[in-house]
Design a protein around this ligand. Structure first.
Ligand code: ZN
Ligand code: ZN
Ligand code: ZN
Length: 288
């Protein structure tokens, strides 16, 4: 199905440095591959397919960092705030993370792809068609590489960024796990929503890569911040002593945490293109 829309739909990273516009969105697809999950720090990414001539950068191209996640396949991100960004598709055109759109693109998701790789802590709760990898149309580049065997070691749950430069362990149980639909989470993860685990502030131990971690603090926000890997752009855990919590993007976990999100929060701000049909409690703002 091809949906063409007249006019331009704009998008931006969280800090507003990188801005772009698209003139046409063919469709949206939810991608559950482990690389999207890590890069976005979210349960899945939702990608808009945009034809070559229908995409242009407006501002901030000099801030774009690119990481080659598999041969010929790049993942882009803002070097300032860490938002995942659009990049060229190896099969032509652009793939644009829908979480970056500041307006309704007027197109809805039509499919789940890489369903076989989905997170053990995420349930697909809609009726859209799905494929275990790419839809069976033609040969596609290999974008998935084997994830390390998941297990829970004696020391805790393991996690890492996409380039594996940063690795960590969660050594205390999660106190809360939220699917957060606030506009900041959607923009910085460039996804439908974030899934974040909260742990005690000293409940995360960095195994390696401290020098790779960048902390972006949103000006004017009391608590909102985002930590990411400067090499690959993946969301990584951050400690917030003022808040008294460590925030762990579930997308970066390598092991199965053995639990799911408790609820959806800030659903009053959810993406216009995202429908969720699971039975978790929903709150318009934060959890009571
Ligand atoms: Zn930015
Ligand atoms: Zn993917
Ligand atoms: Zn990395």
């Amino acid at each position: 199905m091809t949906v063409t829309r007249l006019g331009m739909t704009e998008g931006t990273c969280l800090c507003g440095t990188v801005r772009f516009a698209v003139g046409e969105v063919r469709d949206l697809a939810h991608c559950h591959c482990s690389m999207c999950r890590k890069h976005h720090g979210a349960p899945f990414a939702t990608m808009a397919r945009v034809p070559s001539g229908a995409f242009r950068w407006f501002a901030g191209e000099e801030a774009i960092r690119r990481y080659e996640s598999s041969p010929g396949f790049h993942r882009s991100f803002c070097g300032t705030c860490g938002s995942s960004l659009p990049d060229r598709s190896p099969s032509g055109g652009w793939f644009v993370p829908a979480g970056l759109f500041t307006e309704d693109p007027g197109v809805r998701p039509i499919v789940h792809i890489f369903r076989a790789s989905r997170a053990p802590w995420h349930t697909i709760a809609d009726e859209l068609p799905g494929f275990d990898e790419w839809p069976p149309r033609k040969a596609r580049p290999v974008i998935e590489r084997p994830a390390p065997a998941a297990r829970t070691g004696p020391d805790g749950l393991r996690g890492s960024c996409l380039c594996r430069g940063i690795a960590y362990e969660v050594t205390a149980p999660f106190t809360r796990v939220y699917n957060c639909h606030c506009s900041r989470c959607r923009q910085v993860r460039a996804a439908a929503h974030a899934t974040n685990g909260l742990a005690p502030v000293d409940g995360v131990r960095l195994v390696r890569g401290e020098d790779l971690a960048v902390l972006y603090r949103l000006p004017g926000a009391r608590l909102f911040a985002h930590a990411f890997c400067r090499r690959c752009g993946s969301g990584v855990p951050r400690r917030d002593p003022e808040w008294g919590a460590a925030v762990i993007p579930f997308g970066s976990l390598d092991d199965d945490p053995g639990r799911r999100a408790d609820c959806h929060i800030f659903v009053g701000s959810r993406a216009p293109w995202y429908e969720f049909e699971d039975d978790l409690p929903r709150f318009d703002e934060g959890a009571p």
